[in-house]
Design a protein. Structure first.
Length: 150
């Protein structure tokens, strides 16, 4: 298990844009499972349908991308590297709204790697219900890149 403090040593994201609370499974080679606890205090709920708060789909994808970054950096043994860039998304499907009180289980499987370029099958669940799925692509930036990607 990887807690929030260790996550902060692996990826550069910080509140309010750090969207992973912990990692509950990581084989360091091809599979990772992260958790995001969705609370009513999330800053995006103030403006994203205040009468019916729904987590924006793009932020669910971002949470999946952050978990993908953790796995990619673990595979490459580059934890703390300043930049992993989210380079593509395919076949995104949003199947059910995510609302305050939900716990997102973010499951990713590496389906391809060429050097520092990765492709992941990604799924987000609330309980046993699939809420989002997609294929993500990411790559490690150059060592001197100071901006952080997702």
């Amino acid at each position: 298990m990887i807690d929030i403090n260790e996550i902060k040593t692996i990826i550069p994201h910080r509140y309010p844009f750090l969207l992973v609370d912990r990692v509950i499974e990581c084989d360091m080679e091809s599979r990772i499972v992260g958790i995001k606890n969705v609370t009513a205090n999330e800053p995006f709920f103030q403006g994203h349908f205040p009468e019916f708060p729904v987590m924006p789909g793009v932020l669910i994808i971002e949470a999946l991308a952050q978990v993908a970054c953790i796995l990619a950096l673990k595979i490459l043994k580059k934890e703390g590297h300043p930049s992993v860039f989210f380079t593509g998304i395919d076949a995104a499907k949003f199947r059910k709204p995510v609302v305050p009180g939900d716990q997102l289980r973010l499951e990713l499987n590496k389906i391809k790697q060429r050097g520092t370029l990765f492709r992941f099958e990604a799924q987000a669940f609330v309980g046993d219900v699939l809420v989002t799925e997609c294929t993500l692509q990411a790559m490690l930036g150059k060592a001197d890149d100071s901006s952080s990607g997702d």
